[in-house]
Design a protein around this ligand. Structure first.
Ligand code: ZN
Length: 73
């Protein structure tokens, strides 16, 4: 898949949850990033990026989360 062909991207993260963009089959709040990625792969999306993201809580503690970006042609 070429990046310039990507029409839509979806980001999943262990740090926040969103419902599946395409169906209501999954309770993503209860699923790991891996399961969310696998679910989007089953919708025909391709994995573009996976990595970690750091943010800070209001108390100033560093919060690490795993993020994945998937794309749909
Ligand atoms: Zn779905």
């Amino acid at each position: 898949m070429k990046l310039q062909n990507v029409k839509e991207v979806v980001q999943v993260s262990s740090g926040f949850w969103k419902c599946c963009k395409y169906c209501s089959a999954l309770k993503m709040s209860e699923d790991s990033v891996e399961e969310q990625v696998n679910h989007y792969l089953s919708h025909g999306l391709k994995l573009l990026h996976i990595g970690t993201e750091s943010s800070r809580t209001v108390e100033g503690q560093v919060w690490q989360s795993t993020v994945a970006v998937l794309g749909k042609e």
